[in-house]
Design a protein around this ligand. Structure first.
Ligand SMILES: *Cc1c(COP(=O)(O)O)cnc(C)c1O
Length: 387
């Protein structure tokens, strides 16, 4: 396999000026990341600051309702309420040990911005967060959280003033400030080495979950693992250690939007085509001439027209199955999990839970392990508007 590629996907489709910081980062991954000093400090922080290992929960009521065996990997119990902190603390610590003092990040819904602000505060670094001007208004509570923790917010006025434009502007800023600054990318996407780096920090999810599942099930493995796919970081973290287990189905859930024919959606693996965006070759929502199409999901964290390249490869190689869940099915799962188990899931994670609910006939008697990527408190406002 070519370096930085997953099958046909991945690579480094970037301006030449961005090569030096990417090469520097790749070197740090080879030298600092495996060092005992990094590993000891990172494992300590995951334990003391994040609260790892996160629990694995058996859903007794919902399992009975559905006629299957439903388990949740509880990333919602992490400090700051989602899986994103695994990545921001990892990249933050790596950057600090590289001698950088600024963490630069993009954010759409604000969740990655908040997780970056948390990491920066913890590590005594400065966070600069690029955010589309539209999102700054839409996501005011997260903007307030970031500011409270000392982050500087840069509102991006170009393009559609959303995530895609924030990424472009943040990459531009990195070009000029690479000496002092690390670009803390938010998902397992972008140019090499980010998809590999982010996976490295998120693989802890399946490392823990695989062992926890075997401990609770006499050494047997689940029939299927399921995760929602936005950029793909919680999903690749959840899948990684199960990929060699041929008996385990690997199922990624994309957001279908309203589900009406031709509606805006966030399902590039299911209905997109091959192309290049944000430094990588991957599956994209685009027109025949390569114009990026607007994406949509009720779950703000899934609203992205691309996807990490390893998922594009898992899709094309057939090892991963990628399916879609629409807004209404996700809202139903949000309510069902709240009422039957007392767990309020993030709308993103609700897509993964919905897969088990919608496919209960096919999954009769099977054990299904779902990544609950985050908690749903942040989504109560969206739900209020709809219900
Ligand atoms: C950001 C987010 C996602 C989507 O990001 P991935 O990189 O695809 O994991 C999913 N769930 C929650 C709770 C999020 O905050």
């Amino acid at each position: 396999m070519k370096k930085g590629y997953f099958g046909d996907f991945g690579g480094q489709f970037i301006p030449e000026l961005l090569m030096p910081p990417l090469i520097e980062l790749e070197k740090a991954m080879e030298t600092i990341l495996p060092s005992e000093e990094f590993q000891t400090r990172f494992i300590d922080m995951l334990k003391e600051n994040v609260g790892r290992p996160s629990a694995m929960t058996h859903c007794a009521n919902l399992s009975k309702d559905l006629g299957l065996d439903l388990w949740l990997k509880r990333e919602d119990l992490n400090h700051s309420g989602a899986h994103k902190i695994n990545n921001t603390l990892g990249q933050g610590l790596l950057a600090k040990m590289m001698g950088k003092n600024v963490l630069l990040a993009e954010t759409g819904a604000g969740m990655h911005g908040v997780a970056t602000a948390v990491a920066a505060a913890m590590l005594d670094m400065k966070a600069i967060i690029y955010m589309g001007a539209t999102d700054v208004v839409r996501q005011a509570p997260n903007v307030n959280r970031m500011r409270l923790m000392g982050a500087e917010i840069v509102a991006v006025e170009s393009g559609t003033k959303t995530l895609k434009d924030a990424i472009n502007e943040a990459l531009r800023r990195w070009l000029s400030d690479q000496e002092t600054t690390h670009y803390c990318f938010g998902t397992a996407a972008g140019p090499h080495p980010f998809p590999t780096l982010v996976r490295q920090f998120q693989q802890i999810i399946s490392q823990e979950a695989r062992q926890q599942f075997m401990d609770r099930n006499n050494g047997s493995l689940p029939d299927a693992v399921v995760a929602c796919v936005g950029g793909g970081s919680n999903a690749i973290g959840m899948f990684h250690h199960f990929i060699p287990d041929a008996s385990v189905r690997i199922i990624g859930v994309e957001a279908a939007g309203t589900g009406e024919p031709g509606c805006d959606n966030s399902a590039p693996l299911s209905i997109g085509s091959d192309g290049i965006l944000h430094g990588m070759k991957t599956k994209l929502l685009q027109t025949e001439t390569g114009q990026i199409l607007p994406s949509h999901s009720i779950a703000p964290g899934l609203d992205y027209p691309g996807v990490g390249p390893e998922h594009a490869h898992l899709h094309d190689s057939g090892r991963g199955e990628y399916v879609t869940i629409n807004d209404a099915q996700a809202i139903n799962a949000f309510k069902v999990l709240s009422q039957r188990e007392g767990i309020i899931p993030a709308l993103e994670s609700s897509h993964a839970v919905a897969y088990a609910i919608e496919n209960k006939k096919m999954l009769q008697g099977k054990s299904v392990l779902v990544c609950l990527s985050g908690r749903g408190d942040k989504d109560l406002g969206i739900l209020d508007e709809i219900l």
